[in-house]
Design a protein around this ligand. Sequence first.
Ligand SMILES: Cc1cc2nc3c(=O)[nH]c(=O)nc-3n(C[C@H](O)[C@H](O)[C@H](O)COP(=O)(O)O)c2cc1C
Length: 191
Amino acid sequence: MRVVGLVGSPRRGRNTATLVQKVLDGAKSQGAEVKLLYLMGISPCLACDLCKEKRSCVQDDAMQPIYALLDEAQGIVIGSPIYFDHISAQTKTFFDRLYRYIGPNMEHRFHPGVRAVIVLTWEALNPQAYEGVADWLQERLRYYLGIETVERLLAAQTGRHPVGEREDLLQRAFQAGVKLAHACREVPTAN
Ligand SMILES: Cc1cc2nc3c(=O)[nH]c(=O)nc-3n(C[C@H](O)[C@H](O)[C@H](O)COP(=O)(O)O)c2cc1C
């Protein structure tokens, strides 16, 4: 069982990455093979539509190794900081490049049964401030890609209280990884 963690913050080892890594640790404790990647160096979608026919993307960039990992993953952890009230540009650019997994008639080309954990971190005090962004992300994963979300970790106040100091949150992240691994167990591998 493979679980890929994707971090849409350029800040290595900070809030978003710390939580994504904890989720991976939880999945690993249940026997998953895990890999964490930063969503850097990914070019925007060219909207050439060639992926509809070819089922692959013509752009040879940092997204190609990510496609290779996604094609073998049963679980994904998507982590983004909130930038100007939404997911970061890095995360959105990654999402646009998932267009290759949507067929011309909106059919899902991601292999079936993939499960996800969503991680969002932000600085504002209100712990519910970006529930709407999590809802948006969860629904896009489900509708366009057929990926069901098993857990969401939303961390506010990361300025005053960096997540690395919040044992309760780290525990919840670990447990989310355990839950993800269990949910993934029955997922068939690609091809
Ligand atoms: C460009 C930019 C925009 C941001 N916009 C918001 C925002 O709209 N709301 C908020 O609460 N925090 C905002 N933040 C703060 C980050 O969401 C917060 O520091 C986050 O936890 C950073 O994650 P990281 O430590 O993984 O990089 C912003 C930070 C940056 C750099």
